[in-house]
Structure formats: C-alpha cells, structure tokens
Design a protein. Structure first.
Length: 349
C-alpha cells in the first residue's frame, strides 16, 4: 500500500461529510445566498473534478491561442497558486510585457505568460478582481478561468471539466477518501467534458469512460484531446533539437501534479532515460537543490538533464552543470472542440 492509498483509506470515513459540505456550498451559490458575479463578456472555465494534473494549463494555452487566432482578445485568469503577490489583482503579463517573477506570480501563470504573447495573464485569489481588470484595463472580450470549476463566485458561459485519460476519476471517492474535489453529481452544472492525454495505450479505456459519461450525462458533449507534437529545446543552445539521439543518458526531473504523464511522454519519444526524479507539485528550487539534482544525475551516469516548461521557469535564474533540455508537449484539443467553443461564443454575442 502506497502512502497515498493509506491516506485515502484513513480519510474514507470523512468523505461523506466533505461531500455534504460541497453540496451545501454549491446550493448556496445556486440560490444566490452566496454572491455570484455576472460579467459583460463570455467566461470560459477550464477545470476539473479531481485533484492532480488533468492537463488544464495546456488546454488553456491551446484555447487562448485559438481565440486570438480567430480575432478575439482573450485574457487568462488564474488563482496564482504558489505566488507571493497578494494584491486583489496581480498582473503577471500585460500581453506585451511580463511584470512578475515566478516567485511573485506563480509558476503556471508565468509559464502561460511566456507562451502567450499578446494575451494578458492576471492572478487573484478572488477572481472577480482580475476579471474586472482584464475587461476594464486590457479590453478583453473573453475570459479564460484556469482551474475554475470550483470557483462558483463568477458565472460562466462555458464550463469545461477535464479528466486525464489515464487516471480518469481515480477511486471515484470524494476527499479525503479519494481524488474527487466534489461529488460526481456536481458535473451536472458543467457544459462539456474533455479527456486529455489520450494515446494508444489508454484509448480503449478512455472510450469506455466516454460512453459511461455520455450515458450518465446525456446532452453534454465529451471531447477526446490527444497528446500532440513533442518539442525538445536545448536551453544552452537556445534552439529546438531535431536529432533526439543526442539526448543520450538523460536524467529527468519535474515538480508537476502528474509526473507519470511526463515520464510516459519521455518514453514515447525514445529518449534514453537513466534517472527520473519527481517532486511535489509547485516545488520551489534553490541553487543547492538543483546542485543536488545535477550531482545525483551524474552519479547515475547521466550526460544531460531534461525537465518541463513549468519547472524551467523556476530554475532559469540558477546554474546547472549538465546540458539542460526542455520537453514541450503540445495539446491537440481537436477541431470539434474548437468549433464547439466558437459556436458557443457566437451565441453569446
């Protein structure tokens, strides 16, 4: 039994109480006992029901790019988890300039800002404040709430719930006895589902899960999002690697919610992996901790290091002793999903 399994086993008796609290909270918002804000522009929430990584940030990234390509002026709104900036509204990026460091803005918002030129990224614990700033100051005409499904204080026009195609709904129990943030019944308030990270290994299971959900939630479309192209970038040479055979004897490390996805992605592109070091999500790196990673990699026979974009934004100011590479995984959300979003937006205009 793993430590997580033990935690869930001990927490199982408390799951019904947590589930009841979440149902009460949802009902309070639904009946306007707790205030819900209605904004003058469309709000799209990309969220999940489970704890852990479901690929929300890559989907937000892909959707923000698509909206900009279609002539919209989107802004990304995030809670800014892990960032030290504590104003009601914290501008990570104006779309023209990145204003906050990783320490202040948080790793995911800064990563989004670096990948979304021309698109503001704003954080705030109570997301109504960054939403209003995006509309008033940055003239956004559509808002993307990153990890917004449980943030009920803002009414949304499109609510998308993501599941990872490998882990799905876990043990289907509510915290602290399982991975669900809310009871499954909460999914009735969303508009559509997406299974992310679909590949040849999990496709059959993902399709069966899709059939189950569509029978339980008829009328709500479910989209399959496949892992798209992989790009490996050399940090030292500032270019994309076209010959991955150069990454021989590589040690990989990451601090993300779903390290298994990163590990499996490395294996899928046949990189010679000699060591894999997963850390807790949002871990902060110091020079001494990176030195230790480099030393342990060298002892394992590694000739290079490989990490994620999210991790790189936290270490780019540090020094490393082995050649460093970044694995970029592009999320292919698919034409059907993009068409669904664009049609829904047209109805709101």
């Amino acid at each position: 039994m793993t430590r997580l399994d033990l935690y869930f086993a001990l927490g199982r008796p408390f799951s019904p109480f947590y589930g009841i609290l979440m149902r009460i909270r949802s009902a309070l918002y639904e009946n306007n006992i707790l205030k819900r804000h209605t904004l003058p522009i469309p709000v799209i929430s990309i969220g999940n029901l489970t704890v852990g990584g479901t690929g929300k940030t890559p989907v937000v990234l892909a959707l923000a790019r698509k909206l900009k390509e279609e002539g919209y002026h989107p802004a990304v709104i995030s809670r800014g988890y892990g960032g030290k900036a504590k104003l009601k509204s914290n501008t990570v990026s104006t779309g023209k300039e990145i204003l906050l460091s990783v320490e202040d803005g948080g790793d995911e918002p800064v990563m989004l800002a670096k990948n979304l030129p021309g698109i503001p990224v704003i954080t705030g614990k109570s997301r109504i404040h960054p939403c209003l700033q995006a509309i008033g100051l940055h003239k956004a005409d559509v808002l993307l709430l990153d990890d917004g499904f449980q943030h009920l204080a803002i009414k949304r026009h499109i609510d998308i719930v993501l599941f990872n195609a490998t882990t799905l709904a876990g043990n289907s129990r509510v915290l602290p006895g399982g991975v669900l943030r809310e009871p499954v019944n909460a999914l009735h308030r969303c508009h559509a589902f997406m299974l992310t990270g679909v590949n040849s290994a999990n496709r059959d299971r993902a399709e069966k899960f899709s059939e189950l959900f569509q029978s339980r939630f008829p009328g709500k479309p479910l989209f399959l999002s496949e892992t798209g192209d992989y790009e490996v970038w050399s940090v030292d040479e500032q270019k994309e690697m076209t010959d991955l055979s150069l990454l021989w004897q590589t040690a990989a490390f990451c601090a993300i919610a779903n390290p298994i996805r990163f590990h499996d992605s490395i294996k899928m592109i046949d990189i010679d992996l000699v060591r894999f070091s997963p850390f807790a999500d949002h871990r902060k790196y110091s020079q001494s901790s990176l030195d230790k990673i480099c030393d342990e990699a060298s002892l394992a026979g590694a000739k290079s290091l490989l990490t994620t974009e999210k991790d790189f934004v936290k270490i780019e100011h540090l020094k490393w002793t082995l050649p460093l590479y970044i694995l970029k995984i592009n999320q292919n959300t698919g034409k059907d999903f993009n068409d669904y979003i664009l049609k829904a937006l047209i109805k709101e205009e």
